[in-house]
Design a protein around this ligand. Structure first.
Ligand SMILES: *Cc1c(COP(=O)(O)O)cnc(C)c1O
Length: 400
């Protein structure tokens, strides 16, 4: 009898029936554009923004076409322009340096710790050496740094913080939702994130001028009074002649399928964390394998799982990946020489002219990553952990 795993690591759940019904309604009336409303109608997009603002506790929310668009829009709304330097995590995904490059700015990469969060000592140094006034903080794979310490450093140095919450929608640090520490929080509703509209994203903020600029940037023309989670008209009057239109709106079809998902998000987050704890429990005390410590102040949402094979030779890590793949367990490695699929590393982003980061290189050389889609059961998570444990142990013992 084979003990191979048969599940799919890329299969998400279906859209809730309520979302399908709402999408059909939008398609039947045909008013997909967010500003295409009849007398007295409020668009699905405007309602979604209002509900997401309430969910995070933010004053303002803007729904947009993607998470990457949200980040580029956030940089523009803060006035970042060509030649400016923007601090960001060396351990993140390609859309983050991509958003910085999209405004002609220069990424300044900050080292990662083996908790997989930004290194605050290196951040202090890089703030001083670069003179950058903005940090694009990526909560990569849902790992949240000490946000109280980070904000103290950035506030003292007058550095504005944009949070990339693509992996922390629904998460918090010390009870404060992720995305509510910095001046702007950015989210993605792309298929592999915490809500699924294929493509999509949000920006949240409490700053009226920043949000007025973001709304106009997103392509509101002069229809900004059709928003419900936006600043008062006066804020738009102040910025409307000086803010370009860089279209990237969300549409009513996507908003319609997201609204029921937002209602279900807290239960979904609990399901992700139950899967995570099942994998974590199954991997405890595996020789050669280091689990990532999760601080008590971090209320995470674990839609993926990471572990470290610290100090392993590349050949050993590759052997573990090969053996696990053969048994149906799809792992990704951040130490590979070449970028593959969604996985790439700071030194692959040559357009961003990265300089070497030895600490990050050491962490990423042993970093293994795995998706945890909600189509998995707890039994699946336990099964996956058994396979990883067996294969890591076998390769580790053979190399000892
Ligand atoms: C997915 C992702 C984004 C961008 O989201 P898109 O909606 O795909 O543009 C940004 N940051 C991180 C860390 C991501 O994983």
């Amino acid at each position: 009898m084979s003990d191979d795993f048969k599940g799919s690591f890329t299969q998400q759940e279906p859209i809730p029936e309520e979302g399908i019904a709402a999408a059909l309604k939008v398609m039947r009336h045909g008013r997909l554009h967010r500003y295409n409303v009849v007398e007295g109608e409020v668009s699905e997009t405007a309602l979604l923004e209002e509900e997401f603002a309430a969910f995070t506790g933010a004053q303002y929310c803007l729904a947009v076409a993607s998470g990457g668009y949200a980040m580029g829009c956030a940089l523009r709304a803060l006035g970042v322009s060509a030649g400016d330097k923007v601090l960001t995590n060396a351990f993140t995904l390609a859309p983050v340096p991509g958003a910085i490059a999209s405004v002609g700015a220069q990424s300044v990469f900050v080292e990662v710790t083996d908790a997989l969060t930004i290194d605050l000592d290196d951040l202090r140094e890089k703030i001083t050496s670069s003179g950058a006034r903005v940090l694009m903080l990526s909560h990569m794979r849902g790992h949240i740094c000490d946000m109280d310490a980070l904000m103290a450093i950035c506030d003292a140095a007058d550095v504005q913080v944009i949070e990339d919450c693509a992996h922390t929608m629904g998460a918090a640090w010390n009870g404060v939702p992720s995305g509510r520490h910095g001046v702007i929080g950015c989210y993605s509703t792309q298929t592999y994130k915490h809500m699924n509209s294929g493509e999509g994203g949000f920006l949240i903020s409490d700053d009226a001028d920043v949000m007025a600029r973001a709304v106009i940037l997103s392509g509101s023309y002069m229809l900004y009074d059709r928003h419900r989670a936006a600043p008062l008209v006066e804020a738009f009057e102040r910025v409307k002649y000086d803010t370009p239109n860089v279209s990237g709106r969300m549409d009513n079809l996507r908003a319609a399928i997201l609204r029921p998902q937002l209602k279900a998000l807290p239960q979904q987050c609990a399901k992700w964390n139950a899967l995570y704890r099942a994998v974590e429990g199954g991997l405890e005390n595996t020789p050669g394998l280091t689990l990532i410590a999760r601080p008590a102040a971090e209320q995470f949402v674990a839609s993926s799982f990471q572990f470290l094979l610290k100090g392993w030779a590349a050949s050993g890590v590759q052997e573990v990946l090969r053996r696990c793949a053969k048994r149906g367990v799809e792992l990704k490695w951040f130490g590979a020489d070449e970028p593959a699929a969604f996985t790439s590393r700071y030194d692959h982003w040559r357009y961003a002219a990265p300089t070497p980061l030895p600490q990050t290189d050491a962490v990423l050389a042993g970093l293994v990553d795995m998706r945890l889609p909600l189509t998995f059961t707890i039994a699946d998570a336990e099964h996956i952990a058994r396979i990883i444990r067996a294969e890591v142990s076998a390769v580790f013992q053979a190399s000892a």
